[in-house]
Design a protein around this ligand. Sequence first.
Ligand code: GLU
Length: 448
Amino acid sequence: MTKLDEKVEPMFQEVLKRNPGETEFHQAVREVIESLGPVLVKHPEFGHHKIIERICEPERQIIFRVPWQDDKGEVHINRGFRVEFNSALGPYKGGLRFHPSVYLGIVKFLGFEQIFKNALTGMPIGGGKGGSDFDPKGKSDDEVMRFCQSFMTELYRHLGEYTDVPAGDIGVGGREIGYMFGQYKRITNRYESGVLTGKGLDWGGSLVRPEATGYGATFFVNEMLKARKDSFDGKICSVSGSGNVAIYTIEKITELGGKVVSCSDSNGYIYHEAGIDLDLVKQLKEVERRRIKDYTNYHKDAKYVAGGNIWQIPCQVAMPSATQNEINGKDAALLVKNGCIAVGEGANMPTTPEGVKVFLDAKIAYGPGKAANAGGVATSALEMQQNASRDAWSFEFTEKKLEDIMVNIHRLCYETAEEYGEPGNYVVGANIAGFIKVAKAMVAMGLI
Ligand code: GLU
């Protein structure tokens, strides 16, 4: 691991001490403050106001019990979280993750990244994140509904369109948002559309929101390729995952002329040289909630590798769209060796620090999640705008707005990296540009 700048090292040590055992949070903090030494030189006021120390401490952390009953009447207890990290730029905004791996360290890493990601979008949104260790896999609709109702029965008191606005993440999609919105409405007696995003189209949702993270990540990679006088045309691409982010990444890559040959789920990956049949993936994953293994029942020329490593497949563009730390140093080296020239992170923190170093040393186009996958939350902010004005925009209009936002984020990261003497380094660009926006607002608002 690279050594930290001596100005930020003590701050990092303090984070380790104050947050024992939260390894993913440590990783996310380190990744950001690693870039910030030169910023403190240019902006001594940030040091004076202890902005980094303040940013690393969430404004509020809520942990609560979520009891619910399964279809057989058995009682289960899960743990719910909401970390309201930073509200300098707007109400806390960020998704809810339902996955057995969720604990405070995961929620805090996600909430921390969300602060900078949301700042990069240029929209008025602060950073937060939440979730539960509930596993929606294999649960009936009724069980998911009862869990969501119990979760919201506690969380509602902390939310509000001007306070905290959750959305989806892994394990939380339109179905879960529906159940939570219903319960919020019932408890508060308010039809407060802007309190949750990712809603259904008939009740306050926005067109393009389901597609937004995947489309946005692909737009971002397209901009990185353009900056290198290249394009998606004819590129062989690998997209991990097969959830909402992966599906719409595959769709947009295909539209832009690339060919996606592989996708995966937590059990294994599919390799289909002819190109992934997206309609089938949508049917299996979105409609029938089945495993990706079943893909080969319909395409005999496709291969399923149980427990395999998708990054062994040679590709020119890799878009990790599953979960954190899915590309380690070895995977990154293999990708580069096999001819990968661009990586765009649809997932949050999918590359380990060793992997990031490999990509940066190889000087390939590497778009870190907080820049590349910001299209999801940006479109959530567009949903909030439509809710506030009781309006509903067309698909084309909304998609154009999303594309403009991604082009702007790319430009901001690109120019900031140049300004700080690291041309082409989108990690430095994203961290510094996001941080400065939040830091300036915090200075302006005084010691709060
Ligand atoms: N969970 C998504 C993210 O990681 C979206 C959050 C939102 O739309 O608020 O950015």
